[in-house]
Design a binder for this molecule. Sequence first.
Ligand code: GAP
Length: 427
Amino acid sequence: MTKSLDKIVSLAKRRGFVFSGSEIYGGLHGFYDYGPLGVELKNNLKALWWKWMTKDHDNIVGIDGAIITNPKVWEASGHLKSFVDPLVECKKCHHRFKADDIPGDKCSDCGGELTAPKVFNILVPTELGVIEGEKLKAYLRGEACQTIYLNYKNVLNSTRLKIPFGICQIGKAFRNEVTPGNFLFRQREFEQWDLQWFCHPSEMEKWFEFWKEERMNWYKSIFTHSENLGFYKHEKLAHYAKKAFDINYEASPVGKEMEGIHWRGDWDLAGHSKFSGVDLNYTDPETKENYMPNIVETSGGVDRTFMFLLVDAYEEEGDRVILKLNPKLAPYKAAVFPLLANKPQLVEKAKALYDNLKNDMSIAWDDRGNIGKRYYSQDEIGTPYCITIDFDTLENDTVTVRDRDTATQQRVAISELTAFLRAGINL
Ligand code: GAP
């Protein structure tokens, strides 16, 4: 069953995951801000990706490159020429559409006649410098990966890496999307997580297949309903790719693409070699073979993954909303409650436990309303465990731990609580 995006958007705003950008000014199409819970979830997600990509693979390192580069980069990468969408404009209401989105030759808003398609570059331009007439036209990066290619020799020269190896990066990208929309799916400012894998040309097939499977396995490890993940093979390819597959979230109420696995070959390094005049060939230290490394790219959308995770986790049971997020990603790992907020002994004991647990993991505190309402509130934001301090706690130092997904409760000794939570969350 496909879930309603409206409900997810409403939950995201109500509970502080995601807000529309510049909301008090009526918003700005294609821009969003992450709220207090959203930034926690997004940071957890990026930390998992970073650990798995860099720490768990000996031959992958990370960089954090600048958003603005020398504008020649976008000439060499082919984006100035080929990063385009064909647009048509209505001669009557002047609304613009992607030519691919309009089936006939009439405006879908007013029925007016459409112009012939005109090519529109989706790089976002900016200007550098202060003197009118001498400003340098530059671009906000249209894809995060270019700084990896620019630094590939710097990385090689400053580490002991040898081919095959990878460089990864998480960072913002900007596109003048013609039709931004569908919440976080198509934005004008968004974040990508990329791996660029440098290998010998004769090993491209092997590594392409390897990364395709490896990345799918990673997504399977973070989604609750991993059966909703699938591959899509591209027939129409981007200017830099010889072969491309997407990892899709198939049960999405809007678009499905989450990450692209691209056979970039020597497109980028050969282009930058030519335009910069710098030799970017690699010499094998053992065989002395000199060649242009080929590249397999895995490039995913952090915001799209975030949105698909909310869709995937969202459940309703009667009037209760439960966000069945992977516990590792949940903004709070547990919430601590005193059974009654007006009993100082319970509050004091609960506060001491809260202060102790939060040294180790992200913990929420709640002493408002009744226990039922507190459970409801924590379920809605995906907190895996709720811990209640009651009168028995004062007697025997045990607490009630309630599980988000099953709503079952059990008594756990305070002395064993950290180990219990760590095991449940798989920390
Ligand atoms: N470096 C290759 C590259 O940028 P892409 O398929 O254009 O490839 C990679 O983008 C990923 O970035 C996509 O799979 C998607 O998850 C995300 N992405 C692309 N455009 C986006 C947009 N306008 N809003 C949000 N995410 C986007």
